[in-house]
Write a protein that binds this ligand. Structure first.
Ligand code: NAD
Length: 304
């Protein structure tokens, strides 16, 4: 199939999102070179899905037309760029798909431009399910020509591509999207807890909300599936959501925007990371509100 000028793609970060996204690229006919700091993930990807595995970032990017990064934070991206070193050759395009910090991304972009490497930011929304089906929403920041160059690659992973501004603008948009998701989740859990205390059935409440104006992404896709079921395994980490809300607050600070409601939301998510411990799914945030209420949702059991 015709895949445009970018054929060989170094894919850095074979995590919850990176794995299904890289799999879409393999399926679309791109030559994918997988790489992860946990090298066994890249090897397993090459064995199970296809493409090649590289032992380190320098080996992955050598000879690549484009490099995709989808790593936890901008700090990880900085480390990965450092590890690529001179193997990242002039003329290559770096597509940074992490939910990163816009100012950090601008800094990377300037340093890379001086070496003849173009960069765009292209963070995603839709989670693991839409990464699997190639139906992600992709928010693009950067120079129009570079964005256009990346499009054939991005079309294999997403259905809604929106160029929202210069470098870092995609990540600002993504952080604000997740601020709304984080706030909607929290207020929804609180509403369910109040309702349960009143005598309403939380599962029935979710049905009513989904037919009413209180509906949001959490009522539709999270509360029954991951909270009331007590599964807490949506595939998006609690630390990552807390990080996204912090990035939104950084953007608020940089732009001098007073946002007391968002600040409270950030404090709650950041507190939950400490209270609930590492490695939790973001839907486990419900347990934070449950602990405050002294009661769990669903069966009326006391929260652990
Ligand atoms: P994850 O923790 O599952 O995966 C990250 C991967 O990066 C891991 O496999 C880790 O070993 C690897 N890694 C870390 N540092 C590295 C380095 N220097 N070089 C190579 N590999 C490195 O995280 P995820 O859920 O896939 O999220 C990745 C990014 O996508 C985050 O910025 C997150 O906020 C964003 N995001 C996640 C979701 C989701 O639903 N999971 C949805 C939208 C956006």
């Amino acid at each position: 199939m015709e895949v445009g000028a970018l054929r060989r793609i170094a894919f850095i970060g074979i995590g919850n999102m990176g794995w299904p996204m890289a799999a879409r690229l393999v399926e679309a006919g791109f030559q994918v070179v997988a790489c992860d700091v946990a090298p066994e993930r890249a090897t397993r990807f090459a064995n199970e899905i296809g493409g090649e595995a590289a032992g380190d970032a320098a080996a992955a990017v050598r000879g690549a037309d484009a490099v995709i990064t989808i790593l936890p934070t901008s700090k990880h991206v900085g480390r990965a760029i450092e590890a690529m070193g001179d193997a990242l050759a002039p003329g290559a395009l770096l597509i940074e798909m992490s939910s990163g910090v816009p100012t950090a991304t601008r800094g990377f972009s300037e340093a890379l431009a001086a070496r003849g490497v173009a960069m765009i930011d292209a963070p995603v929304s839709g989670g693991v399910p839409r990464a699997r089906t190639g139906e992600l929403a992709i928010m693009l920041g950067g120079d129009a020509a570079a964005v256009q160059r990346a499009e054939p690659v991005l079309r294999a992973m997403g259905t809604t591509l929106t160029h929202v501004g210069g470098i870092g603008a995609g990540q600002a948009m993504k952080a604000l999207n997740n601020l709304m998701g984080a706030a909607g989740f929290l207020i929804g859990v609180e509403a369910l807890l109040i309702g349960q205390r009143f005598g309403l059935d939380p599962a029935q409440m979710v049905d009513v909300l989904n037919a009413s104006t209180g509906m949001n992404n959490s009522t539709q896709k999270k509360f029954k599936q991951f909270v009331l079921s007590r599964r807490f395994d949506a595939g998006f980490g609690l630390e990552l959501m807390a990080k996204d809300v912090s990035v939104a607050l950084e953007v608020a600070h940089d732009t001098g925007t007073p946002v007391p409601f968002a600040a409270l939301c950030r404090e709650m998510w950041a507190s939950a990371v400490n209270l609930l411990g590492p490695g939790m799914d973001h839907t486990a945030m419900a347990q934070f509100s449950e602990r405050l209420a002294g009661e769990a949702l669903g069966g009326g059991n006391r929260a652990s």
